[in-house]
Design a protein around this ligand. Structure first.
Ligand code: TYM
Length: 344
C-alpha cells in the first residue's frame, strides 16, 4: 500500500477537519466602515463554519513610523472593537501578532525565498513608499514575507481579505509552492477568500478611491466609533450626481457606493432599494443610508465602550489566544527549521 492510500483511508475514518482560516488587521488608527463591511463582518460570520485564527497585525504596523504609546493604545482598541463586533475568543483564536515570536522567525526564513523583483512589484509597497518617502525602510519592502509567514505558520486553507490584499496573497502562494518544491510538502498553499457580496466601500467624497482613514478629509470616511450625529452628517455631505434618481448604474459612482453600503447594512437588493426610493430625492436616501449604518454600528459602539474600560480582561483574552496560537505555530516553525537545517 502506498503512503497516499494509507492517508486516504485515514482521512475517511477521521472526522472531517474544518478548514483553517487566518486573517489579520493592522492597528493603524481607527477602523472605518470599509474595514467593517469588507473584512470584520466576514470574520464574525466565518467563526461557526471554520477553524479561525485572527490577529492584530502590530508587527506590520511598524513599517510606518508609529508613536509607541499610540500604537499600544490602537492595538488594544482594535482588539476590543473586534470583540465588540462579534469575534468570539471562545470560538476563535485571537491574539496580537507580536505575542507569537514565530511570526518574525518564519518571516526571516521566508524572506530568503522571496525575490527582490517580486517585492518590487507590490502595489502597496509602491503606494506606501510614495506616501512615506522619508522612510522607505526594509520592513516596508519585505512586508509581504511577514504576511506570508502569518498565513503559512497556521497552515491556513483560506484567507479572507479585501481585493486590495489579493496581490500579497498571490505572493504567499508562490512562496509556499517554492518552499514545498525544494523541501517537500511543508505548507498548505492558501486560497484567497474574497466574499462575492463583500462590500467594497468607497471614499464618500471621491468614490474613485477606496474608503481609507489615511485620507486627509475626515468627511470622506466613516469611523466605526463615529457618533451617530457625525455619521448622519457625513452621509449628508457624500457626493452624488445630478440625475436625482436612486439606481445602480455606470457613471453613478457616488450613488452606487451608497447603495452598496445600504444593501450591506440592510440585506436589501439593489432592485428593492430602487423601488423603495423611486420618486424620492437623494436627501431621503442619504438619511436612510446614515440611519442603516447607525443601526449596525451603535450596538457595537456600546459593547466597545464597556470592553475598553476593562484592560485587564482584554489582556487576559489576548494572552490566552496567543498561547493557543503558539502551540499551532510551534509545529510549523520546528518543521521549517529542521528542513532548512537550522539548529533549534
Ligand atoms: P489592513 O489592515 O489594511 O485592512 C484590513 C482588512 O480590511 C480590508 N479593507 C477593506 N475592505 C473593503 N473596503 C475598504 N474600503 C477596505 N479597506 C480595508 C482589507 O482588504 C483587509 O482585509 N496586510 C494586511 C493585514 C495582514 C493580513 C495578514 C491579512 C497582515 N497579515 C495575513 C491577511 C492575512 C493589511 O494591511 O490589511
Amino acid at each position: 500500500m502506498t503512503n497516499t492510500e494509507v492517508n486516504n483511508q485515514g482521512a475517511q475514518e477521521a472526522p472531517a477537519r474544518k478548514k483553517r482560516i487566518f486573517s489579520a488587521i493592522q492597528p493603524s488608527g481607527q477602523m472605518t466602515l470599509g474595514n467593517y463591511l469588507g473584512a470584520i463582518r466576514n470574520w464574525v460570520e466565518m467563526q461557526d463554519e471554520f477553524d479561525c485564527v485572527y490577529a492584530t497585525a502590530n508587527l506590520h504596523a511598524i513599517t510606518v513610523r508609529q508613536d509607541p504609546k499610540k500604537l499600544k493604545e490602537n492595538t488594544l482598541n482594535l482588539f476590543a472593537l473586534l470583540i465588540a463586533s462579534g469575534v468570539d475568543p471562545e470560538k476563535s483564536i485571537f491574539f496580537h501578532q507580536s505575542q507569537v515570536a514565530a511570526h518574525a522567525e518564519l518571516a526571516w526564513v521566508l524572506g530568503t525565498f522571496t525575490q527582490f523583483g517580486e517585492l518590487s512589484r507590490m502595489t502597496q509597497f509602491k503606494d506606501k513608499s510614495a506616501r512615506h518617502a522619508d522612510n522607505i525602510n526594509a520592513g516596508l519592502f519585505t512586508y509581504p514575507s511577514l504576511m506570508a509567514a502569518d498565513i503559512l505558520l497556521y497552515q491556513a486553507d483560506l484567507v479572507p481579505v479585501g481585493e486590495d490584499q489579493k496581490q500579497h496573497l498571490e505572493l504567499t502562494r508562490d512562496i509556499a509552492e517554492r518552499f514545498n518544491g525544494i523541501y517537500g510538502k511543508t505548507f498548505v498553499v492558501p486560497e484567497p477568500y474574497i466574499k462575492k457580496n463583500a462590500a467594497r466601500v468607497r471614499n464618500l467624497l471621491d468614490p474613485s478611491k477606496k474608503m481609507s482613514k489615511s485620507d486627509q478629509n475626515t468627511k470622506s470616511y466613516i469611523l466605526m466609533v463615529d457618533e451617530p450625529a457625525t455619521i448622519m452628517k457625513k452621509f449628508r455631505s457624500a457626493v452624488t450626481d445630478s440625475e436625482a434618481c436612486v439606481r445602480y448604474a455606470e457613471g453613478k459612482d457616488g450613488i452606487n457606493n451608497l447603495m452598496e453600503i445600504y444593501s450591506a447594512c440592510t440585506g436589501k437588493s439593489y432592485e428593492q432599494i430602487e423601488d423603495e426610493f423611486r420618486g424620492k430625492g437623494y436627501g431621503d436616501f442619504k438619511n436612510a443610508v446614515g440611519e442603516a449604518v447607525v443601526a449596525v454600528l451603535e450596538p457595537i459602539q456600546i459593547r466597545y465602550k464597556e470592553l475598553i474600560s476593562d484592560k485587564k480582561y482584554l489582556d487576559e483574552l489576548a494572552r490566552n489566544g496567543a498561547a493557543s496560537a503558539e502551540r499551532l505555530a510551534k509545529r510549523t516553525i520546528e518543521k521549517v527549521y529542521k528542513k532548512v537545517g537550522l539548529v533549534r
